[in-house]
Design a binder for this molecule. Structure first.
Ligand code: ATP
Ligand code: MN
Length: 481
């Protein structure tokens, strides 16, 4: 019995004339009364393999079961193809139907399906060209993340998923508990008594691995985490998931500039990796975006194609802009003066919304932008304060079509300053004692950032909704698959 060969491997190295065994799912079947052409896809590549069945040699009843979505095993001789669209094809000598797919019921018939509909059948959507391409690119990007840091001598650190620290955005966390929700133990003052809970304290799913990453950096110098993060933000946007993956490098002895340099190099590396290794899938996705934009108004269409946008990232230095300068640009911008922004920018100190970020990137600088030195009032407690006492060494990277893709900062390494800031922001100091101790014992300047993996994926694949770049999206009201 011949060994099954993946379609990808057949196409890379076709062994013309050899007996070949292929297994996969039927995309289409067409033909005439003499011959049937079966397009088989096994997910190893976007490309199908065409199997050619001579109706005199293949059982007619069996061939009836070869319908879109059915799983088949086919063996036969591999020959050079004279037809258009493929270089080789398989002349069927043996056909088995491993799993039927009743055409009356199978929802993925060969026609256009909306992305919304495909989200409702998330168990089957990996079988479409679009999602096959996305998930293969996703794998390549995961691999590229590890390659980048490994080659630079960083160590991967697993930060915990269940956390007892509620330092960052407590309101947005998912609680983890084994207490009976209908009858939780209570303290004397009527609060839930978490000392009786599994861990002996209140715990949640992590929103970020950063604080633990810092502990690692202050021992191993250069580390990164790459794990799932959870935010119970009840926002139904095209950029937010309740469960997403984040890459968080943390580096001792890096100042804000070094941090920006690393982030820019990292993003360029990832995009270049996709161009070098995922071209078949990117070409398909490129075409998909062109089709999608055909029905859009001229002004909503992108100036560049998907692949051109990727190349543009590599070819251009990111524009580094001080927050104060960005506020001036925004204040004097047309959409602000004509009140086209939903949130108008009137004064220094305003938090930037996605519409402002995208204006800066897409209309004003026409390049990816690194915004830095934000007002301390709109940023987290751990960011290093500047001498002006008003701003912190934060940096966000803004991308076209996405807005914020990276958020990072130089961290506050001075014990007294950090402690004062924690107090000022009403953060319970008791739960942060271990974090503060790193500033007491052998503190060092250090920096880091977080890249939202799905925001990167949206950018690389051109998918406009973040729900379409993760296999099983978690959003408010959705956790069925
Ligand atoms: P935003 O302002 O866009 O909501 P944020 O400021 O809350 O993002 P950070 O806390 O800085 O985000 O997180 C770092 C990165 O994680 C962001 O730059 C973004 O790429 C990504 N990210 C944040 N929240 C989400 C989310 N809900 N879903 C997917 N990615 C996210
Ligand atoms: Mn941010």
């Amino acid at each position: 019995m011949a060994k099954r060969i993946r379609i990808k491997d057949i196409l890379i190295n076709p062994k013309i004339g050899e007996e070949t065994l292929v297994k996969g799912w039927v995309r289409t079947k067409r033909g005439n009364k003499n011959v049937a052409f079966i397009a088989i896809n096994d997910g190893s590549t976007i490309k199908n393999l065409q199997a050619v069945a001579d109706l005199e040699k293949v059982d007619e009843g069996l061939l009836k079961l070869v319908t879109t979505g059915a799983c088949v095993s086919v063996s036969g001789q591999l020959v050079a193809s004279e037809g258009k669209g493929q270089t080789v094809e398989l002349i069927v000598s043996k056909l088995d139907v491993l799993g039927e797919a009743n055409p009356e019921e199978y929802p993925l018939q060969p026609k256009k399906h909306s992305l919304e509909f495909l989200r409702e059948i998330a168990h089957l959507r990996p079988r479409t060209n679009t999602f096959g391409a996305i998930f293969r690119v996703r794998h390549s990007m995961i691999f590229a993340v590890h390659k980048f840091f490994h080659d630079k001598g960083f160590y991967n650190l697993h930060s915990p998923i269940i956390t007892g620290s509620d330092a960052e955005g407590a309101g947005e966390m998912f609680r983890v508990t084994t207490l009976d929700p209908s009858q939780p133990p209570k303290t004397d003052d009527g609060q839930v008594d978490f000392s009786k809970d599994f861990f002996g304290l209140e715990t949640n799913l992590t929103v970020s691995g950063q604080l633990e990453g810092e502990l690692g950096a202050l021992a191993l110098s250069d580390v990164y985490t790459f794990g799932p993060t959870f935010r119970a933000e009840n926002s139904n946007t095209t950029r937010h998931l309740a469960e997403f993956w984040m890459i968080e490098p943390e580096m001792a002895f890096y100042e804000l500039e070094d941090n920006m340099d690393l982030a820019e190099e990292f993003l360029k590396f990832l995009v270049q990796y996709a161009l070098n290794n995922c071209m078949d899938d990117l070409e398909f996705l490129n075409q998909r975006v062109i089709e999608e934009e055909k029905v859009m108004k001229q002004e909503e269409r992108s100036e560049l194609s998907l692949i051109e946008r990727l190349q543009f990232i590599i070819d251009n230095d990111f524009e580094r802009v001080d927050y104060t300068e960005a506020i001036d640009v925004l204040k004097n911008s047309n959409p602000n003066k004509k009140k086209k922004f939903k949130y108008l920018i009137d004064a220094w100190g305003a938090d930037l919304q996605s519409e402002h970020e995208r204006f800066l990137v897409e209309k004003h600088f026409k390049k990816p932008v690194i915004l830095y030195n934000y007002p301390k009032s709109i940023k987290a407690f751990y960011m290093r304060q500047n001498e002006d006492n008003k701003t912190v060494r934060a940096m966000d990277i803004l991308f076209p079509g996405i807005g914020e893709i990276v958020g990072g900062s130089q961290r506050e390494e001075r014990y007294d300053v950090l402690k004062a800031r924690i107090k000022e922001m009403d953060i319970p100091e008791e739960s942060m004692w271990w974090y503060l101790e790193t500033r007491k014992f052998g503190t060092a300047p250090h920096s880091g950032f977080g890249l939202g993996f799905e925001r990167l994926m949206s950018f690389v694949t051109g998918m406009k909704n973040i729900r379409d770049v993760i296999p099983f999206p978690r959003t408010p009201g959705n956790a069925a698959f």
